[in-house]
Write a protein that binds this ligand. Structure first.
Ligand SMILES: Cc1cc2nc3c(=O)[nH]c(=O)nc-3n(C[C@H](O)[C@H](O)[C@H](O)COP(=O)(O)OP(=O)(O)OC[C@H]3O[C@@H](n4cnc5c(N)ncnc54)[C@H](O)[C@@H]3O)c2cc1C
Length: 390
């Protein structure tokens, strides 16, 4: 059976991009789907062999310029990868996804030429991985004012405090630390980003335990105990750290929208097949009930609308014309709509939805992350409302 998402993408992207999407989709079908249930039941993170295979395919370097060893692609390619891999597993998709959109992108967007040359080639190969150290135990949505501090001492900086929710921490070579450097400056001008090696003296990592979403993705706490770095570790400008983070999140939010739509694409295909196979009353399929059809049709509408909107936003992003509000809106809408629909999708499939091997419960759980990750939807509405109040 052809995937519904493939039909829509064929109308929205050119032949080269479609061929790329299909190659990643086929990789997901052969290298991820057959193993996923076992990884889940064994509580295993994405295995090293899978990371290596994704690296060999060039997935970690998609939007990195060829002169820095990347594929020279764009943000559309990144989101197509999210759509293709997320169909089976958001956990797997977010691994190269966050490595690029939250790890390599800030270096690409805000790094000096020296920093780009030092890091991008290894990041593009997947040999190095950066994590995005914005969130802290006491600083989630209110991220502009970190509790992690960096204090200048001569020509060195001394970093102290704790980051959490750091995706990919398990495999990280470096963390981009967002730290308070000018407590008395105006809001948004108080912090600086530093590139800190994970093996630097005073850096400690531990995996966050008990997480029941994105189960194959690594999520870590990273502690800093008098960690010393030089000014060459600063990413972007001193006291402009929040700008680095916010610029990065614009692209990251498009990737989160792609993950939400990948789960919807899976749920739609699963439900439309199940509704024709499941027989109840008068020896006929449940797909004949109009209320069941309603759910399937609403999922189909949401998928076509979401993909069309997302591909449009990617084009704007590639042309450096996407506003923060637009990136937030597509993330809010895709995550909210899909997470509401998946509950209905599970309801029309009935009790079988409870089982891991049926797949819907995994997407249900993972869709929660798309509502809070890279900016909670409720908090993002503060941003979206601004132009409406002018
Ligand atoms: C699996 C996972 C992976 C993550 N990966 C990363 C990562 O790699 N790097 C990183 O830095 N962070 C990461 N995060 C953190 C994520 O960005 C935060 O969870 C998010 O910013 C929300 O912060 P919080 O959870 O502390 O919620 P809080 O800020 O405590 O907010 C809780 C709730 O309060 C309400 N609220 C808060 N502020 C407002 C507001 N202004 N207006 C209206 N309502 C509001 C909302 O309902 C919100 O959901 C990850 C999170 C998860 C779950």
């Amino acid at each position: 059976m052809a995937r519904r998402i493939d039909t829509y993408l064929a109308q929205l992207i050119d032949e080269d991009k479609l061929a790329f999407y299909e190659a990643v989709r086929d990789f997901g079908d052969s290298e991820i789907a057959p193993h996923l249930l076992q990884w889940e039941r064994d509580h295993q993170l994405v295995p090293d062999s899978c990371l290596k295979a994704m690296g060999d395919m060039g997935l970690f370097g998609l939007p990195i310029a060829e002169e820095y060893g990347g594929q020279g692609g764009d943000h559309t390619d990144l989101c197509l990868m999210g759509l293709a891999l997320g169909y089976h597993s958001q956990s797997v998709a977010i691994t190269p996804g966050a490595a690029i959109s939250l790890g390599a992108k800030p270096v690409q967007l805000c790094g000096t030429d020296e920093q780009k040359r030092a890091h991008l080639p290894a990041l593009a190969k997947g040999e190095r991985m950066f994590v995005f150290g914005l969130s802290e135990p006491g600083r989630g949505s209110d991220a502009a004012n970190p509790e992690v501090t960096a204090v200048k001492s001569g020509d060195r900086w001394v970093i102290n405090g704790e980051k959490c929710w750091s995706t990919n921490a398990r495999w990280a070579s470096h963390v981009i630390v967002h730290a308070l450097t000018a407590p008395d400056a105006p809001n948004g001008k108080r912090s600086t980003c530093f590139i800190v090696p994970m093996d630097q003296k005073g850096v400690f990592y531990q995996e966050m335990q008990g997480k029941k979403v994105w189960e194959q993705s690594s999520t870590g706490q990273i502690m800093f105990d008098n960690v010393e770095v030089g000014s060459d570790a600063i990413l972007g400008r001193e006291n402009d750290g929040f700008k680095v983070m916010v610029t990065t999140l614009n692209g990251g939010r498009l990737f989160i929208a792609a993950l939400a739509l990948s789960s919807l694409a899976f749920a739609l295909d699963k439900c439309r097949v199940y509704a024709e196979e499941r027989i109840q009353f008068d020896n006929k399929p449940i797909g004949r009930f109009q209320r069941v059809q309603d759910v399937i049709v609403d999922m189909d509408i949401a998928l076509e609308r979401g993909l069309t909107w997302l591909m449009h936003c990617c084009k704007l992003y590639n042309a450096d014309q996407l506003s923060r509000e637009s990136a937030a809106k597509v993330k809010v809408d895709c995550s909210r709509t899909t997470s509401e629909l998946i509950m209905l999708a599970m309801e029309i499939c009935g009790g079988v939805s409870c089982f891991d091997e049926f797949g819907l419960i995994r997407h249900h759980n993972d869709l929660f992350v798309t509502r809070v990750g890279e900016g909670s939807n409720f908090a993002l509405k503060d941003l979206i409302v601004r132009p409406l109040r002018k």
